[in-house]
Design a protein around this ligand. Structure first.
Ligand SMILES: NC(=O)c1ccc[n+]([C@@H]2O[C@H](COP(=O)([O-])OP(=O)(O)OC[C@H]3O[C@@H](n4cnc5c(N)ncnc54)[C@H](OP(=O)(O)O)[C@@H]3O)[C@@H](O)[C@H]2O)c1
Length: 282
C-alpha cells in the first residue's frame, strides 16, 4: 500500500488518482476528511502530522509520498516510516536545492531531503520548479478587473504541470529503477509572465490585461489576499529573489522519465479556463 501525505494539496490531488489508475492501493492523509474531496477509491486517513502517533500512522504502508511542511517534521516522518517497515520514500522538494538557494523554504527542503536519505528506506527525491497551478492566484483580479498584476522583475519561468510531477511520482512509487535518484522537474519551455498571460487570454477567449507593479504593492496584495503573516510573505519573496536567476532553466527529466514531452502552459490554460470566471464590467 502506498501512503500519500499532502493528498489534498496541488500535487497530491493529481497523485492519488494517478496511483489508483496504475493499480496501486492508496492510503491518503488529510487533517479534515469531511472537507477533503479525495478519490473515493482511496482509503482516507484523518490525522495531523504535528500531533499524530507517527509509528501507528505508517503501520501497513509499503511506500510513502513525503510532503509535509518543514524539515524537522519530515525527519520525524522519515524515521517513523522506517521503523514501521516502509521500503521506499519519495520526497517532494524543490529545484532551489539543486541551485543551492539559501532562502528558508529551500534550506528546509535541503535538510528534509537529507533526513529522508538517511532514514534507511530507499528514497527518490523530486525537485520541481514553479507550478503552473500557482497561476490560480490570478483568479481574483481577472474576475474583478480582467487584469493580472505582476511584481516588477518577475522572471521567465519553465512552469511545470502538477500532473507531470504526479506522473513521475507514480512511476517512482510503483516501478523499480528510481531508487537513489534525484529528479529536477520543469516544463518544456520558459515563458515570460506576459507570454503566460497571452496564452491564458487565448484560452479564455478574451484579452486579459498585464500590469507590472512594484514589489511593495505585490507584498501588500499577498498579505491582504492570503492573510499571511509578514514573515511568511517575506520568506516567499526571499525564495523568489533567489529563484529568479534560474526559473528559466529547462530540465529534460520529465521527457526522459515519462517518455513523452511535458504538458504545456497552453494545456493547463485550456483545462482550467472555467476556473477563471469574469465579472468585470469596465
Ligand atoms: N508551488 C510551487 O511552485 C512549488 C515549487 C516547488 C516546490 N514546491 C513545494 O511543494 C510543496 C507544496 O506542495 P502542494 O502545493 O502540493 O501542497 P499544498 O497544495 O500546499 O497542500 C499542502 C498539503 O499538506 C497537508 N498538510 C499541511 N499541514 C499538515 C499537517 N500538519 N498534517 C497533515 N497534513 C498537512 C494538507 O492537507 P490537509 O489540509 O488536507 O490536511 C495539504 O494536502 C511545498 O513543500 C513547496 O515548497 C512548490
Amino acid at each position: 500500500m502506498i501512503f500519500v501525505l499532502g493528498a489534498t494539496g496541488k500535487v497530491g490531488r493529481a497523485l492519488v488518482p494517478a496511483l489508483l489508475d496504475a493499480g496501486a492501493a492508496v492510503r491518503a492523509l488529510t487533517r479534515d476528511a469531511g472537507k477533503a474531496r479525495i478519490d473515493p477509491r482511496a482509503d482516507v486517513v484523518q490525522a495531523d502530522l504535528d500531533t499524530a502517533d507517527l509509528p501507528a500512522l505508517f503501520d501497513g504502508a509499503d511506500r510513502v509520498f513525503v510532503l509535509t511542511q518543514g524539515a524537522h517534521r519530515e525527519g520525524a516522518v522519515a524515521e517513523a516510516a522506517a521503523r514501521a517497515g516502509v521500503t521506499h520514500l519519495v520526497k517532494l522538494s524543490t529545484t532551489g536545492v539543486h541551485f543551492g538557494q539559501t532562502d528558508p523554504i529551500t534550506r528546509a527542503h535541503a535538510e528534509a531531503e537529507q533526513a529522508v536519505r538517511e532514514a534507511g528506506p530507499a528514497w527518490t527525491t523530486l525537485r520541481p520548479g514553479a507550478f503552473m497551478d500557482n497561476r490560480f492566484a490570478w483568479r481574483e483580479t481577472i474576475r474583478d478587473k480582467n487584469t493580472v498584476y505582476v511584481p516588477e522583475g518577475d522572471p521567465a519561468s519553465a512552469l511545470i504541470h502538477v500532473r507531470d510531477i504526479a506522473a513521475v511520482a507514480t512511476l517512482a512509487l510503483t516501478t523499480s529503477g528510481h531508487e537513489g535518484a534525484t529528479y529536477e522537474l520543469t516544463g518544456g519551455e520558459a515563458l515570460a509572465t506576459e507570454q503566460q498571460v497571452a496564452i491564458l487570454s487565448d484560452a479564455l477567449g478574451r484579452p486579459v490585461k498585464y500590469v507590472e507593479e512594484p514589489q511593495s504593492a505585490a507584498r501588500e496584495r499577498m498579505m491582504r489576499k492570503y492573510g499571511w503573516p509578514a514573515e511568511a510573505v517575506d520568506g516567499f519573496f526571499a525564495l523568489k529573489r533567489e529563484s529568479a536567476e534560474h526559473e528559466h532553466v529547462v530540465f529534460d527529466t520529465v521527457e526522459r522519465v515519462l517518455g513523452r514531452p511535458p504538458l504545456t502552459f497552453a494545456d493547463w490554460a485550456r483545462e482550467n479556463a472555467a476556473a477563471f470566471p469574469y465579472h468585470y464590467r469596465g
